[in-house]
Design a protein around this ligand. Structure first.
Ligand SMILES: [Mn+2]
Length: 340
């Protein structure tokens, strides 16, 4: 982040402000961790922060300190619109294009003439924000929040609550420290958080060991549905709406299932296709290992995007047709996914 921008933000934060903090739609560990970390940080300096999520966050994040204060735009549009209209400052975290909050909330945000501050690690940021901290080499927005607070010269304000939120996003967005964005800096930050007293062995338990029986049954079905495209070093799996219903699907249940496709020896590209009858779409997540760019792949073929090794997309045609399209594109790839 530019030094002038830091100075300008320091000045903005020198007097108490009403501050809305917004994660992307379908908020994950990094989106909720970063927004709540910033929320707790701003509270300490007498601001009036409030996190407004476009839609609800999954249950496995409901233990995060401050999550009970989060407003859900979709559930309370009038009130949330009023809060946004009253805000002096708006932080958008873990996304960089306003459409990521969904149509209705995007309209509200686009109509505001407020100072926006973007902190995000996705590619190709839009230009709606007055101040932008964008860095695609950093593994999580939570790591950037740690850097941001440090740049503001307020590192001593990081307490266990803030640290717990930051740790959560670093852990979830790095696939438990496995993904390429995991650096020495990541581990140095984590070391500082542990020294501070952040419960680093409890957090993974809270996040990952809270499955319901039916969620594991659903995972079992997804694993059974998995197909291998051996010559292309790819795998994919599917979950139909009927299967989701059979296993009493609730939000968050399919989180992380896509990663199993990469745990097969020799597989460098994987995808999961999840049917959503209500929205009449197939939701897709892509993962890759090494040099194959799923961000570009998702942008080119499936109306999506994300990072080089983790991206999402969607399809408006049937599951069968979507799979057919995926298989056909993969079979035509002139560059077979490989390690670096
Ligand atoms: Mn993130």
């Amino acid at each position: 982040m530019k030094i002038q921008d830091i100075q300008a933000i320091q000045l903005l934060l020198a007097t108490p402000k009403k501050i809305a903090i917004i994660p992307h739609r379908g908020p994950d560990g990094d989106a909720m961790g970063s927004t709540l970390a910033l929320y707790h940080f701003l509270l300490k300096f007498n601001h009036e922060p409030i996190v407004i999520a476009p839609n609800d966050f999954p249950d496995f994040l409901a233990w995060l300190p401050g999550s009970e204060t989060v407003k859900i735009f979709e559930k309370d549009k009038q009130n949330c619109t009023r809060i946004l209209n009253d805000a002096d400052l708006i932080f958008t975290l873990d996304f960089n294009a306003l459409h990521r909050v969904g149509d209705e909330m995007e309209k509200v945000l686009a109509s505001l003439t407020k100072t926006f501050i973007m902190i995000d690690h996705h590619q190709k940021p839009d230009d709606y924000a007055a101040y932008v901290y964008s860095d695609t080499s950093i593994g999580s927005t939570c790591e950037m929040i740690f850097n941001f607070i440090t740049l503001l010269d307020k590192k001593e304000a990081i307490n266990i609550e803030i640290g717990t939120c930051i740790y959560t996003g670093i852990l979830t967005d790095s696939g438990s420290f496995k993904f390429p964005g995991t650096t020495g800096n990541t581990h140095r930050i984590v070391a500082e958080l542990i020294d501070l007293g952040v419960p680093n062995t409890q957090i993974p338990n809270l996040l990952f060991d809270n499955s319901s029986y039916s969620r594991l049954q659903l995972l079992g079905r997804a694993l059974q549905n998995m197909k291998i495209l051996e010559v292309h070093k790819a795998s994919y799996t599917t979950l139909t709406q009927e299967e989701l219903d059979t296993f009493n699907y609730i939000k968050g249940d399919t989180e992380g299932i896509v990663n199993y496709g990469l745990s097969i020896k020799g597989i460098h590209l994987t995808a999961i296709f999840i049917e959503n009858k209500e929205e009449k779409i197939i939701k897709i997540s892509f993962r890759s290992q090494g040099g194959f760019d799923v961000n570009q792949f998702a942008r080119d073929h499936f109306n999506g995007g994300g990072h080089r090794n983790a991206a999402g997309g969607k399809s408006d045609v049937s599951m069968q047709e979507t799979i057919k399209k995926f298989e056909s594109i993969v079979s035509q790839l002139n560059k077979i996914p490989h390690e670096n």
